[in-house]
Design a binder for this molecule. Structure first.
Ligand SMILES: NC(=O)c1ccc[n+]([C@@H]2O[C@H](COP(=O)([O-])OP(=O)(O)OC[C@H]3O[C@@H](n4cnc5c(N)ncnc54)[C@H](O)[C@@H]3O)[C@@H](O)[C@H]2O)c1
Length: 329
């Protein structure tokens, strides 16, 4: 029998380990853009995410991809729920396995919360790069939790001209804490809003980050987005009435296949409009914004190619810096 070099060790990286490698938001945005472009050129493999709604308020999902350009494949197993605040847990929790595409071996297991939080906002910054009018001054944020914070960091990294954030959260306490934190950290003006309509007024980009719950009262009505604005959903279509999605001039997503797959679970049911992929726009294969007056919306579902590229960067930096814990295989 041929000799077998079975691995003996793999690296475990906790949230704190990952945070300590100091991957900057600028690096993350560029890496996310790279992953979307690789996907657009058909150089990645990524089936739709495996979706398990254990009840209307909690899902489990497995997200997997292979990105040969960075030599890795990943599988991220996570759960999300608005119930997690009752347990003082983040909305999303999970773990990610990082494998070599060459040998197939797992060389790291890591927390997925940090990567998901950062890469989601970074993908919105990529959308800003290609779909927003230049020189954004005012952004709108609905849902002032982790993503509400990450999006300010990502948008500011992409455009330093932002001076105002219009914000709404269903929880007055969350909104108050958010205002204090964002004003303190970035010196921006944060205007508290009473509802989503108020947020949309005069916002050049508006992101919705409420709960992902198929069976919900959708809020945003046609015409609330300003002419020329860019809407970004990271909560599927749960904040947007179907007519408000149909009302925009053009629609985008990070993955058409995944959107189609999610229809089975009660999302995007009324969506028949032609839609382009964000990565395809970034790769120059589909048109992005064509005039300053167009009102655009991108449905960013979160894709596993982004996780693969960021997880690889995190692993490389962590290994070089001696972070994490080596475990027996
Ligand atoms: N598409 C993606 O790639 C992606 C990635 C990460 C998170 N998400 C989704 O983004 C959403 C937010 O995630 P998070 O980590 O910021 O969660 P979080 O719990 O940190 O923050 C959510 C905030 O939304 C508020 N909220 C709840 N219902 C609301 C409503 N109806 N209107 C306004 N605010 C409301 C909560 O009070 C909380 O402050 C979740 O649905 C999550 O699944 C999507």
């Amino acid at each position: 029998m041929a000799s077998q070099n079975l691995p003996t060790k793999l690296l475990y990286l906790s949230y704190a380990d990952i945070d300590s490698v100091n991957l900057s938001m600028g690096e993350i945005i560029d890496a996310v853009e790279f992953s979307l472009i690789e996907k657009a050129h058909g150089r990645t493999h990524m089936p739709p995410k495996h979706w398990i709604p254990s009840d209307n308020r909690r899902f489990f999902s497995a997200m997997s991809s292979a990105v040969p350009a960075v030599g890795t494949a990943i599988c991220k197993w996570q759960s999300g729920s608005s119930k997690n605040t009752d347990y003082q847990l983040p909305y999303l929790t999970g773990l990610l396995m990082l494998n070599s595409v060459e040998t197939g071996l797992t060389f790291a297991i890591m927390d997925s919360t940090w990567i998901t939080a950062k890469r989601t906002a970074a993908a919105s910054a990529v959308a800003m790069r290609y779909l927003a009018n230049p020189g954004t001054k005012t952004i709108g944020v609905i849902g002032c939790g982790t993503q509400g914070r990450m999006h300010v960091e990502a948008f500011l990294t992409e455009c330093s001209e932002i001076h105002t954030v219009k914000a709404y959260d269903i929880s007055p306490t969350a909104l108050t804490e958010y205002i204090k934190e964002v004003e303190g950290a970035y010196g921006l003006q944060v205007i508290p809003c009473k509802n989503a309509k108020e947020v949309a007024f005069e916002a050049q980009i508006m992101v919705t980050g409420g709960p992902i719950e198929a069976n919900t009262q959708r809020t945003i009505e046609p015409g609330w987005l300003e002419k020329g604005a860019l809407g970004i959903t990271i909560d599927y279509d749960c904040y947007w009435q179907p007519s408000s999605i149909r009302a925009v001039d053009r629609l985008f997503t990070d993955d058409i296949g995944q959107m189609e797959h999610l229809k089975e679970f009660g999302y995007f049911l009324d969506l028949q409009t032609v839609i382009s992929e964000l990565g395809s726009v970034a790769a120059g294969l589909s048109p992005g914004r064509s005039s300053a007056n167009e009102t655009l919306l991108t449905l960013n579902l979160g894709v596993a190619v982004e996780d693969a590229v960021i997880a690889k960067r995190v692993f490389e930096k962590a290994e070089a810096m001696g972070k994490g814990t080596w475990l027996d295989y």
